[in-house]
Design a binder for this molecule. Structure first.
Ligand code: MRU
Length: 340
């Protein structure tokens, strides 16, 4: 199993994470403690994937606040709040970000009667709890998802919801890793995932590093594969689930769900239970991140590949309606969308 994607250097109070923008060619670790650097690392997708963002924000908030010099508790708590707000503004769609930061702030609030040093210690413990829980929750998602697969299953996945998107097991790829530990073998089709190629750069990398039979496909090939009966199940992750079961995930997921429905392939959304945002009634309430046009026109090419006057529409996520989702695979079990 590849090493953790995000972790805490507990001796030096640093947020450590693999710089995912450098993969698959270079494996570089970032060591961060400045709030602005952590914000930028999340925004530019050096650390990305909903659970990984949450863990990085929690550890990052602790790393930043461990250096606050405010002697006065009031000043410390104010700086903590402002830093959490900054980190929370880095990306809008994944609920894990605000969920983790709220957990950190509520620990500070519960300990506000204690000294600044004691509050810092409590924040360190909570950041480590969030990190450890992610490993445990993703492992359970893997166990629950594995029950829906069989040895030799052919799985299609979109974007990267694997080890790189969480601390260790990932969500959509967790059943594959847990199966691997138990001696199963699978065949995985990874959508390349335009425009930022998380599938080509990250999913193919981590699956191949773990010796899993991996085939990279362009996004427009998924329909043809499913039409030919080459896919037994689709497994994807998600960034936020509304109370009615609509699920936001990487742009292109909706298309995959529609294709899966058309060819009667089960479509599973794998996520920690905390990804359900009961304050969103439906997918229409989920804020979809809009990213820079250059990601479509230039980023992965040597030169601009589009006419300069072409407009670009670049939403980073889409919403799959609950009726297209066969089931949610969570650490608490497998649920039909109307039963979450
Ligand atoms: O923009 P990204 O790369 O952060 O988008 C990631 C996804 O859409 C993942 O599928 C999702 O976060 C689930 S990760 C376990």
């Amino acid at each position: 199993m590849i090493n953790d994607t995000v972790w805490m250097d507990t001796e030096n109070d640093l947020l450590c994470c693999i710089d995912q923008t450098r993969l698959p060619n270079e494996r570089v670790t970032l060591e961060l403690h400045e709030a602005r650097d952590i914000y930028t690392a999340i925004k530019r997708l050096a650390v990305r994937g909903a659970p990984a963002i949450g863990v990085a924000a929690a550890i990052g908030l602790y790393a930043a606040c461990s250096r606050f010099e405010d002697k006065e508790k009031k000043g410390f708590l104010y700086s903590l709040q402002k830093t959490a707000e900054l980190l929370n503004s880095s990306r809008p769609t994944a609920v894990n970000l605000s969920w983790a930061l709220e957990r950190m702030l509520s620990v500070a609030d519960k300990n506000k009667g204690k000294s600044t040093e004691k509050i810092k210690a409590a924040l360190k413990t909570e950041a480590l709890n969030i990190y450890n829980e992610d490993i445990e929750v993703c492992y359970k998602i893997g166990v629950n998802g594995l029950a829906l697969l069989r040895d030799g299953s052919r799985i299609l996945t979109h974007c990267n919801a694997g080890a790189l998107a969480a601390v260790r097991y990932g969500t959509a790829l967790a059943p594959i890793y847990v199966g691997l530990e138990k001696g199963y073998s699978f065949k995985v089709f990874a959508d390349e995932t335009r425009p930022l190629l998380q599938g080509a750069r990250l999913t193919a990398y981590e699956l191949c590093e773990n010796g899993i039979d991996t085939t990279l496909i362009c996004d427009n090939m998924a329909a043809s594969l499913m039409q030919k009966g080459m896919v037994d199940a689709v497994l994807v992750g998600c960034d936020r689930v509304a109370a009615n079961g609509d699920a936001a995930n990487k742009i292109g997921t909706l298309g995959v769900a529609l294709i899966a429905r058309a060819f009667s392939v089960p479509f599973y959304v794998c996520a920690p239970y905390s990804t359900i945002d009961f304050s969103c009634r439906s997918g229409e309430d989920i804020v979809i991140e809009q990213r820079d046009a250059e990601e479509v026109t230039e980023l992965h090419f040597n030169a601009r590949m589009t006419h300069r006057d072409a407009k670009v529409y670049n939403p980073a996520f889409d919403v799959t309606p609950a009726e297209l989702i066969t089931a949610f695979i969570t650490e608490k079990g497998v649920f039909a969308p109307n039963l979450i």
